[in-house]
Design a protein around this ligand. Structure first.
Ligand SMILES: O=C(O)c1ccccc1NCC(=O)[C@H](O)[C@H](O)COP(=O)(O)O
Length: 405
């Protein structure tokens, strides 16, 4: 534990004995926790601390620390589950690293924000500070999804899933648009803000923007649902779907858990984004299967050669997005699309009849021509069109011609 940064309600010298009696450990609960820990695989018995399980004093012995973490108020089972959940997160980080994935699912030393009884405090260390914005988003998402799942467990979504109308054909819409116009099919993004650009549009009406995009010739729409970093929401997805928009809808979310896919389906999604920089192969395979079962398309997003090679090795991928934005540094370079489609990779993509979507940083007809020349049959565009007073007309500006008919 490297440093206590801020302490909200906690006394200056935080120690186990300073805590109210309700947070003290009972001998039985400590014994039960130790049994749970013993039942975990040997490889996972590291000294790192589990999420939500806090070691309070830097100099405490391991036994004392464990005692201090168990709260009878929360219950033994809850504590045991937290330990297991944390172990799974750590295992996930390890598997991901073997596939060249640099984004860790969870902070290796536990979250910076801690709660013990009525106390809340922050501990900052190298191990709980995200290395870049994508990692920060993912750590936040992991916690957010755990809370959402608790409120709406899968079995509660069942009715909404059973009564959801059939999904629309996302891939078919892109193919049709390409055939109709001879230009890449447009996935137009309903995007209010982004971490790299801040607020893109103050007068943001998701339905108005979606309808303008549809009128302007978009084949599909992408709706950002992340609230914290993009000021999007699942409500936006739902209102756009319920407003009678015919374009298939991509749920633009940072998926870390299959639960989000089911939830997106209940909110009107027709397609889901899976980010290879975040998800190991096994997760991608599993999630593609779930999507297929639910009638959803998947757009699997890559940023570099290694991710492209991994994704090309996965069966059942129909759409690959090449993001020109480095999600770790924000740098945008549209030549990334060209680089990843050269040589054998491009050949494999054509053989597999995969549609490639060029994503991010596309502003002009020349940009569109450049990525089309590189081999894309679809593009995903946000900033350059959402910022126009009439986003529909912005589409004509982007393509250099009216593509609505
Ligand atoms: O847009 C960002 O700043 C961003 C930051 C971190 C992770 C993802 C981010 N964007 C998601 C996207 O991929 C874009 O919204 C999408 O490709 C459209 O890009 P653009 O046309 O440049 O708005």
């Amino acid at each position: 534990m490297e440093g206590l940064v801020s302490l909200k309600t906690t006394p200056p010298c935080l120690s186990f004995h300073a805590l109210p009696p309700s947070t003290k450990t009972t001998t039985t609960s400590a014994r039960k926790l130790s049994l749970v820990r013993r039942s975990l695989p040997a490889s996972s018995m590291s000294t790192r601390r589990p999420n939500g399980v806090v070691s309070i004093r830097a100099q405490q012995s391991e036994t004392e620390n464990e005692s201090a973490t168990v709260s009878p108020a929360n219950g033994d089972v809850e504590t045991a589950l937290k330990v297991k959940e944390w172990e799974v997160g750590m295992f996930h980080n390890e598997v991901a690293a073997t596939q060249g994935i640099r984004i860790r699912r969870r902070p290796p030393t536990g979250p910076p924000q801690h709660y013990v009884g009525p106390f809340e405090f922050r501990i900052k260390s190298e191990g709980n500070t995200p290395r870049n914005i994508l990692e920060e988003i993912i750590w936040h998402k992991d916690v957010e999804v755990a809370q959402l799942k608790e409120r709406r467990p899968l079995f509660r979504l069942k009715n909404a899933l059973d009564s959801a109308p059939p999904t629309k054909d996302f891939v078919g819409a892109l193919r049709d648009a390409y055939q109709r116009t001879g230009l890449p099919g447009l996935i137009a993004e309903v995007k209010k803000a982004s971490p790299s650009r801040g607020i893109l549009r103050e007068d943001f009406d998701p339905v108005e923007i979606a309808q303008a995009y549809e009128k302007g010739g978009a084949a599909c729409l992408s709706v950002l649902t992340d609230e914290k970093y993009f000021k999007g929401s699942f409500e936006n997805l739902e209102v756009i779907r319920n407003a009678g928009v015919k374009c298939p809808l991509l749920c633009k979310e940072f998926i870390v858990d299959a639960w989000q896919i089911y939830y997106a389906r209940t909110k009107g999604a027709d397609a889901i984004l899976l980010i290879a920089a975040v998800l190991p192969d096994l997760d991608i395979k599993y999630m593609i299967k779930i999507c297929k079962m639910l009638g959803l398309a998947t757009l699997v997003e890559v940023h570099n050669e290694m991710e492209m090679d991994r994704v090309l090795g996965i069966e059942g991928v129909e759409l690959i997005g090449i993001n020109n934005r480095n999600l770790e540094t924000f740098e945008v370079d549209i030549s990334n699309t060209k680089k990843l489609l050269e040589g054998e990779r491009g050949q494999k993509i054509r053989e597999k009849d995969i549609i490639v979507v060029g994503e991010s940083g596309l502003f002009t007809p020349d940009d569109i021509a450049y990525v089309q020349e590189a081999g894309v049959k679809a593009v995903l565009v946000g900033e350059s069109i959402v910022k126009q007073s009439d986003p529909g007309k912005g589409i004509a500006g982007l393509f250099g011609k009216d593509i609505s008919s």
